[in-house]
Write a protein that binds this ligand. Structure first.
Ligand code: NAD
Length: 353
C-alpha cells in the first residue's frame, strides 16, 4: 500500500513513574499556575486533597462533584465555581469522569488542565470533550481541553478494584483497536496503538491476579497512556459510537460496556481491515483477535452481557435507530442487520459470531 498520511503531534507534557505524584507541585509551579480548582468524583475527595496538599495556596478550591458522562448541569456548577474563585487552571484527579469535568470547565473558560489519572480511560490525552443532557451525549473536539500536563503515577491505580481495572484496561484497548483501522491513522499512531495493546494484554491478567503489583500497574498505565494518545489522534468508528449511545441513552457503566461490546465489533470490522487485523494478531499473539479478547475478558471475570449490565429489553431498537441516524467512518458499511446481530450477541453475552 502506498504511504499517504497526515500526522500531527499534540502539545502537552507527560510525567510518568511510580512516585510521580511527589513531583506534582514542582510541575504545577513550572506551568506558573497559582489558583487551581481541583475536581474529582465524591469518593476520591480525600485522595485529591492529600495529593494536592503539597501545592499549598496554589489550590484555590476543591470541587468533588464529578459524575460519569458529565451532565450539563454539573458542568455549569463547576464553571461557576471556577469563576467564583478566580481559578487560573483546573486540576483533575481521577478517571474519565474527573477529567471530563475539567474539560467542561476548560471548554467554557479556556483554563489549562492538569490531569492526574487514576484509571485507564485515556481522556487526559485527547482534545475530546463530552456532555450529557436528557437527549443523550454530545461530544466534540477543542484543542483547549487537551491537558497541558499529565502526571501518571501507577501507585495511584493500585486502589482501582480488579474488576474495574480489567474493564478500564479493555476500554483503553478499544481505543487502540479502533485507532488501528481509523481513516486518519498515521504510521506513528499505528505503532503506538499496537504497543499499547501489547502492554495492556500483558499487564491486565497480572493486575487482576494481584492489584497491588506495581510493575503490572505501571505496564497497564503505560498501555493506557499510549491508548489515549491513539484515541486523541484518530477518528473512532462503530465501537465507540455504540458505547457512546449505550452510555448516554441508558446510563450504563462506561468501561464495562466497552468490554462487552468490543469483541463483537472487531468480529464485524477486522475482516475488512487487513492491516489492523495483522497488527492485532501480532500484538495479541492470537489468530482471531475478537474471540481471543472475548475469552480473555470473560475468563478474567468481566460481565460480557449488556442485559446484565442494565440494557433494557427494548434498548436494542433505540441503539440501532440512534447509531444508524448519524453517519461515521467504519471499515464495513453498518447495516441494521449487522447491528442487530451484533447487539443481540452482546446483549446475551455470547461469544462473537
Ligand atoms: P470514572 O472516572 O467514572 O471512574 C469510575 C469510578 O472509579 C468512580 O467512582 C471513581 O471514583 C472510581 N475510581 C477512579 N479511580 C480510582 C482508583 N484509582 N481507585 C479507586 N477508585 C477509583 O470512569 P472512567 O472509566 O475512568 O471514565 C469514564 C468516563 O470518561 C466516561 O464518561 C467516558 O465517556 C469518559 N471518557 C472520555 C474520553 C475522552 O477522550 N473525552 C476518553 C475516555 C473516557
Amino acid at each position: 500500500m502506498m504511504r499517504d498520511f497526515v500526522h500531527e503531534s499534540r502539545p502537552g507534557r507527560v510525567v510518568f513513574g511510580v512516585g510521580a505524584r511527589d513531583r506534582l507541585a514542582e510541575e504545577v509551579e513550572r506551568l506558573g499556575l497559582r489558583r487551581l480548582l481541583v475536581v474529582c468524583t465524591p469518593p476520591q475527595a480525600d485522595l485529591a486533597a492529600a495529593l494536592t496538599k503539597p501545592l499549598g495556596e496554589r489550590v484555590a478550591g476543591l470541587h468533588p462533584h464529578a459524575e460519569m458522562h458529565v451532565p450539563v448541569a454539573a458542568a455549569a456548577v463547576a464553571v461557576d465555581r471556577a469563576r467564583e474563585i478566580g481559578a487560573d487552571g483546573c486540576l483533575a484527579v481521577g478517571g474519565g469522569s474527573a477529567v471530563g469535568l475539567a474539560k467542561a470547565v476548560a471548554k467554557e473558560t479556556g483554563l489549562p488542565i492538569v490531569a492526574v489519572p487514576t484509571t485507564y480511560a485515556g481522556s487526559e490525552m485527547t482534545p475530546v470533550w463530552g456532555l450529557t443532557d436528557a437527549t443523550g451525549k454530545t461530544t466534540g473536539r477543542d484543542p483547549r481541553v487537551l491537558p497541558a500536563l499529565v502526571v501518571y503515577d501507577p501507585g495511584l491505580t493500585v486502589t482501582l478494584p480488579a474488576a474495574l481495572s480489567l474493564t478500564s484496561g479493555v476500554n483503553a484497548l478499544a481505543h487502540s483497536a479502533e485507532a488501528l483501522y481509523a481513516p486518519d491513522v498515521s504510521p506513528v499512531i499505528s505503532l503506538i496503538a499496537a504497543e499499547s495493546v501489547r502492554a495492556l494484554v500483558s499487564a491486565l491478567p497480572r493486575v487482576v491476579a494481584s492489584p497491588g503489583d506495581l510493575e503490572a500497574r505501571a505496564d497497564a498505565l503505560y498501555g493506557a497512556w499510549l491508548a489515549g494518545t491513539a484515541l486523541g489522534a484518530t477518528t473512532m468508528s462503530l465501537h465507540h459510537k455504540l458505547c457512546h449511545v449505550l452510555g448516554g441513552a441508558f446510563d450504563l457503566p462506561h468501561a464495562e460496556v466497552h468490554t462487552a461490546v468490543l469483541p463483537h465489533v472487531l468480529a464485524v470490522n477486522l475482516p475488512a481491515a487487513p492491516q489492523a487485523l495483522a497488527a492485532l494478531r501480532q500484538a495479541l499473539d492470537a489468530e482471531d483477535p475478537a474471540a481471543h479478547l472475548f475469552a480473555l475478558s470473560r475468563d478474567l471475570g468481566a460481565e460480557m452481557s449488556l442485559a446484565r449490565l442494565g440494557l433494557p429489553e427494548t434498548g436494542v431498537d433505540t441503539v440501532v435507530s440512534r447509531v444508524l441516524a448519524a453517519p461515521y467512518a467504519n471499515p464495513v458499511p453498518v447495516t441494521e442487520t449487522t447491528l442487530r446481530r451484533l447487539l443481540t450477541a452482546a446483549t446475551a453475552g455470547t461469544p462473537p459470531l
